[in-house]
Design a protein around this ligand. Structure first.
Ligand code: NAD
Length: 286
């Protein structure tokens, strides 16, 4: 039986690591062709921002193989490409969409997932008066402007291309926000503001492009076990507090969120648009 994304072309930003990697793998397992977009082809050797020492976190990842190499190994009949691009750079994002179209003929699903949390690299949480202008600008550039640029070039392409035969929908956009796009959390002002911008932009796009049958929804994950939350995971007190905040118990796995991303890109969500979807093990019930 053909998969839910059989023959669809999907572009995933932040695909080299964490949630983006899981979404790319999930989409490919349902038959999609994947254009992987990231600053680096594979999880790179990071330096721990608080200690300045080489970070062993990536050694604990199941694989340091690049996402697109893994996709080609697992799903040889599908196809995958990697495009090196910075989501904050308009020219590079326009080029990334163009490379996807060059390789697969079209773009059906855009996943704007690349993101950072500068707060998570500091040992303690920072309130507004302690937040540097530089950290604010960097977070807004990647988390908010990066999503805007991804939407801008993806939508232009979706409006240009012919609908598939027998299909009403022109395209699907999935933006990765966070539960922090919906509620505040201690000492993370720039992150909260940037993710709220993603939720607002998602609703605006759903409204403006509804008549064109372009879906636009946002994923709002709770805390996940990825590089981004590495400092939190390494701190036993914070880790316990975070685990306890999730009624399902513990931080989430990227694969669980990728399933929701799958839903939002598929015909199962044919009457869903403009929704910020919490995927958080019940975190927001508190
Ligand atoms: P991650 O650090 O594992 O992966 C982020 C990826 O984005 C990396 O591969 C990185 O190279 C890429 N990236 C960063 N800046 C980029 C840029 N300027 N251009 C292109 N690529 C860039 O983090 P993750 O936890 O997988 O986060 C993915 C998304 O999920 C982010 O938007 C994040 O805010 C969101 N999120 C994460 C959590 C969590 O607890 N980890 C919770 C809610 C939402």
């Amino acid at each position: 039986m053909p998969g839910r994304l059989h023959d669809k072309a999907a572009l995933v930003t932040g695909s080299s690591s964490g949630l983006g990697r899981a979404i790319a793998l999930a989409y490919a397992s349902e038959g999609a062709q994947i254009c992987c977009v990231d600053l680096y082809p594979s999880p790179r050797n990071a330096t721990n921002a608080s200690t300045g020492k080489a970070d062993s976190f990536h050694n604990r990842l199941p694989s340091s193989e690049s996402t697109h190499a893994e996709l080609l190994r697992l799903y040889p009949v599908s196809s995958a490409i990697f495009v090196q691009a910075d989501v904050t750079d308009a020219k590079e994002m326009e080029q990334a969409v163009a490379r996807c179209v060059e390789a697969f003929g079209r773009l059906d699903v855009m996943v704007n997932n690349a993101g950072i949390s500068v707060e998570s690299t500091h040992v303690r949480m920072l309130r507004v008066h302690e937040t540097s202008e530089e950290d604010w600008d960097r977070t807004m550039a990647i988390n908010a402007k990066g999503v805007f640029l991804g939407c801008k070039y993806a939508i232009a392409q979706m409006l240009r291309q012919e609908r598939r035969e027998g299909e009403r929908d022109r395209g699907w956009i999935v933006n990765t926000a966070s539960v922090q796009g919906l509620v505040a959390y201690y000492g993370t002002p720039s992150y909260c503001a940037s993710k709220s911008a993603v939720v607002g932009l998602t609703k605006q796009i759903a409204l403006d492009y509804g008549p064109d049958r372009i879906h636009c929804n946002a994923l709002c994950p709770g805390f996940l076990k990825t590089t981004m939350t590495q400092n939190l995971q390494n701190d036993p007190v914070l880790r316990q507090k975070t685990d306890d905040a999730h009624p399902f118990g513990g931080m989430g796995d990227v694969e669980d969120v990728a399933r929701a991303a799958m839903f939002l890109a598929s015909d199962d969500a044919r009457w869903v648009t403009g929704v910020p979807l919490p995927v958080d093990g019940g975190l927001l019930t508190l």
